[in-house]
Ligand binder design. Sequence first.
Ligand code: SAM
Ligand code: SF4
Length: 386
Amino acid sequence: MERILHALFAKHGPSDVSNRHYRKKRPEGEGRRTRSSAPLYCPFRISHSVILPKEFLLPEHNNNCRPCVDYLRISITDRCNQRCFYCMPHGDVPLFQHSEILTYEEILTVVTAAVKTGFRKFRLTGGEPLVRKNICELIRGIVAINGVEEVVLTTNGALLEKMAPALADAGLRRLNVSLDTLNPLKFRKITKSDNFYRVLRGIETARRVGLNPLKINMVVIGGVNDDEVEDFGRWAIKEALTVRFIEYMPIGCRHCWDAAKLVAVDAIRRRLERVATLQPLERRASDGPARRYRLGATEGEVGLIGAVSEHFCRFCNRLRLTPEGKLRPCLLSDEEIDVKIPLRAGCDERTLIDLIQTAVGAKAGHRAPDLRGEQRVRRSMSRIGG
Ligand code: SAM
Ligand code: SF4
């Protein structure tokens, strides 16, 4: 704790590079080409060709090279113990009934089908995933599924101090902790909570119990916290952390986002260059949309995620599952495929696999909308799972 606080207020203040290669698009004739029929429960019909290589489903795509879609982000709740103004802007946000959200058993059924579709990495998120009871049970269940390579989590960190040891024990590998400011007063303004020091202690505990490399997520918002980018860079150096700077996206709240608050990754990069030289790191398929840099010759690393200013569709390797059981092929598009209705109607695994393949296929050729104009994503991030 002392170390972290010292780093926070001191102004001067290696990651796993195992390469999962991008899968080259196969020439015609190689791999098994199949036409995915629109399944019974699909709310919209998507009909397109997909290529099934040996073990992964590889969507057809215009680019010569793209990662396979093998990463599922699962939002296990839309509830949260904070109220970040950019995510849950109104005090009283409508919440799903408990009966509406997928049970752990249902989630495990989807994960099992996803593994058979080629998914290997699973992230639990929310809302705040740590407020859902018995999350360790779910983690244990996912880890036990044959073929699952990694279970990770995104959290606001408020409950981490208490829960990190049990999470590690359940088989969680790594964590992303969201922290948008290093100033306790600003933290209260952003999150409407007094969790600042809890989050810092949570980060320290998580690292101590081996949930490494721990990544910090900072959403950079003009006029709110963009003046702290350099501080986060220094913190990354001092604590050998990875900080991921995320552009502020027009998601959920129709009125609170405006283009003037967008700080593009180019501007973030220029700020970080005042702290250290940015050494580009080789892109791994598992990086998804993040561009990674080492800070000078230090152990500090940063990732830049240009969700709005850059089109990163071709690097996107993920699907999302919402708390009430909708598969979302793209964060920035409101297209969804329901898996809860078929699940609760007792569908077989083949149907689930078809639905997942349809969602993967929907990514092919998809291009995210340009969000710098009037376009907004309707669902809030807490209901999608960021
Ligand atoms: N409650 C957890 C947390 O805060 O880490 C997990 C869910 S939260 C929705 C996941 C991530 O989405 C957080 O890093 C949050 O900062 C980010 N996020 C939420 N709304 C956003 C927005 N409008 N633009 C960019 N990132 C956003
Ligand atoms: Fe909660 Fe995370 Fe949204 Fe903040 S960003 S309100 S912590 S879900």
